[in-house]
Design a protein around this ligand. Sequence first.
Ligand code: CUA
Length: 310
Amino acid sequence: MTRTLPATLDPSGSAAREIAELWWLLVGLGAVAFVVVAVGLGIGLLRRPADDGDVARPAAGRWLIGGGVVLPTVLIVVVLVATVASMRAVSSDPTDDAVRIEVTGHQWWWEVRYPDDGVVTANEVHIPAGRDVVLELRSADVIHSFWVPALAGKMDLLPERSNTLVIDADRPGRYEGVCAEFCGIQHANMQLVVVAHDEPGFAGWLDAQRQPAVEPTGELETRGEHVFVDRGCAGCHRVGGTDAAGDDGPDLTHVASRAAIAAGTLDNTLPNLREWILDPHAIKDGVLMPAVQLDPDELDALVAYVGALR
Ligand code: CUA
């Protein structure tokens, strides 16, 4: 599908649709007001002055009252009523079958937890299409903002308290999102994607993510696992089912199943993974992940291991 509209005006979720409809109403009313004023101004400019001197004319008063009081009042009341109705609609309670997901913002990536299923991932929020999803949003450091324009409005992630955002997607698909609050040097490289599945697809995804990491196959990958644990990666990253249990960086148990690395900065390919591990700062300046000094064969093994964590 070729998109012709920005995602905000091509909504795929209830909240986004509500917001888009309100936007069109505002644009429509603004256009009406503009046309009325422009026509009135045009008439005023083109009309020849009457030759009755200073005699007050009742028509002028009607224009003043109509254009200066009645029209703005009607427009503002309509906008107020529509805005309050939209705000109520986008903050309505989720349905009983809603999925609960915890999303924590970090400089500069998204931690995504499914507390009812024991699943942890990063930078991808998988949801069932057609069902409400309750996102509990928090921050581990500074203020971030969760924004997937095709699905819903923005919501801040704060360090001190949690905010709730209810989203839903009409149909399966990938919906791109960003951090919408400036949060440091790599704010622009803090992207996420919401992947909406049909019900069997979502159940299958959860089931796959619940599994421990695949055992390394072959000598290279086995060596890579040792490099991962011995050379510091495991201090920050967790790989379920292994000794790697760090919790500062993204959970890597199923990292190879994700479409991108470094929060949308790079496609998840083996060459990109290699570049990233070799020198993360060259790709994402300021990132907390340090460059680890590795021999070329250690790097080969590490890339083979991480790249196989499906
Ligand atoms: Cu996080 Cu901007």
